[in-house]
Design a protein around this ligand. Structure first.
Ligand code: DAH
Length: 346
């Protein structure tokens, strides 16, 4: 019996499970109803009375040692047990990340910039909060000139007594960037100027108080109206398709002389006349002209040596024509159902 006790004690000591489940198996094997320690207790009944005390103590010690070992092992394994994470079925389809997309106004703006970049234009930008000089007076809008009323201006309240902050306003057109470019660059100048502009207009399906324009300016020796016309024809064909025609109608802008408005043949009806072009076959897309000599002089460029042309267009209007969008307000509402329609146009 002593031999059995010693054997069992050794096995308890040496027991080193490889998995948590083995601990419970071991407990049953030792202490269960038919366990080996339990069997020893049965055997104990037949021990001679004078030895009972001694063996009783030894068997008790074995029982204690076995239980202590099992409990210690159970705690140890519970602590190191992996969190109960099941490995997902790796072949299941994943959830796609929602990707953002470009705003249609950015798409059209970038396309226009790309077309002029192919003609050698670089991008120039300027501030949205401007002064009278850059938006009006250096562009040949004299004070009190009625042409100032062509654009309903937001003025910014005077916050200081310094004289030069007398006339701060939100730019009404990107033509102000023409002035800033002439201030810092010498001809030849070839810039394309995108930007946000502001006018005090009632918001409707065709007008907004905030919108986007793209301005172009080319100044060099011997720049002619024919250069202007050819550049704009190239632009229109690139933007609306090879079959596109342009026509120029005389117009007036203070900063260009002569001035013109440019129409493109309606890309929906091919010029036959439809509701979009109101039956005329033509759609107006931009204003342009030869830079007025007064503007060159006001900005330090000699009109006897240099000439140039300029043009300006509204990005929302072009985007409406290109995408067939009938209400300009949609571009400002950021409704994803509208915006997602342009996901693939990149
Ligand atoms: N600045 C004009 C506007 O906002 C657009 C424009 C017309 C720009 C003719 C030009 C131009 O550069 O030559 O209505």
């Amino acid at each position: 019996m002593q031999q059995k006790i010693n054997d069992l004690l050794r096995r308890v000591e040496e027991f080193a499970p490889q998995a948590a489940a083995e601990i419970e198996e071991f407990r049953i094997k030792m202490m269960g109803k038919k366990g080996e320690v339990t069997a020893l207790m049965e055997e104990f009944k037949g021990v001679a009375p004078e030895l009972k005390r001694e063996y009783g103590q030894r068997i008790n010690a074995l029982k204690q040692a076995t239980l202590a070992k099992i409990n210690a092992l159970k705690e140890e394994w519970a602590a190191k047990a992996e969190p109960d994470v099941k490995i997902e079925d790796m072949s299941r389809p994943g959830t796609a990340e929602q990707l953002g997309s470009r705003h249609p106004i950015s798409i059209v703006k970038n396309e226009i910039i790309d077309i002029f970049a192919r003609l050698g234009y670089t991008v120039a930008e300027g501030p949205e909060i401007e002064d009278d000089r850059h938006v009006f007076s250096s562009l040949n809008f004299p004070p009190e000139h009625p042409a100032r009323d062509m654009q309903d201006t937001f003025f910014i309240e005077k916050m200081s007594n310094e004289p030069h902050v007398d006339d701060i306003l939100l730019r009404t057109h990107t033509s102000s960037i023409q002035v800033r470019t002439m201030e810092t660059q010498k001809p030849p100048i070839r810039v394309i100027c995108p930007g946000r502009v502001f006018r005090n207009e009632a918001i409707s399906y065709r007008a907004h108080c905030i919108f986007h324009q793209i301005e172009g300016l080319y100044i060099d020796r011997n720049v002619s109206f024919a250069d202007l016309k050819q550049s704009l024809l190239y632009f229109a064909k690139e933007l609306f398709g090879e079959k596109t025609q342009i026509r120029m109608r005389p117009s007036y802008f203070p900063f260009t002389e002569p001035s013109a408005e440019v129409d493109v043949s309606c890309n929906l009806c091919g010029g036959k006349g439809c509701p979009v072009c109101k039956g005329t076959g033509w759609l107006e897309i931009l204003g342009c002209g030869m830079v007025d000599p007064n503007v060159l002089t006001a900005n330090g460029i000699d009109p006897n040596e240099y000439s140039g042309f300029a043009f300006g267009m509204g990005v929302e209007r072009i985007a409406m024509l290109k995408f067939g969008v009938k209400d300009l307000r949609l571009y400002f509402e950021n409704d994803v159902r509208f915006l997602h329609q342009f996901d693939s146009v990149l």
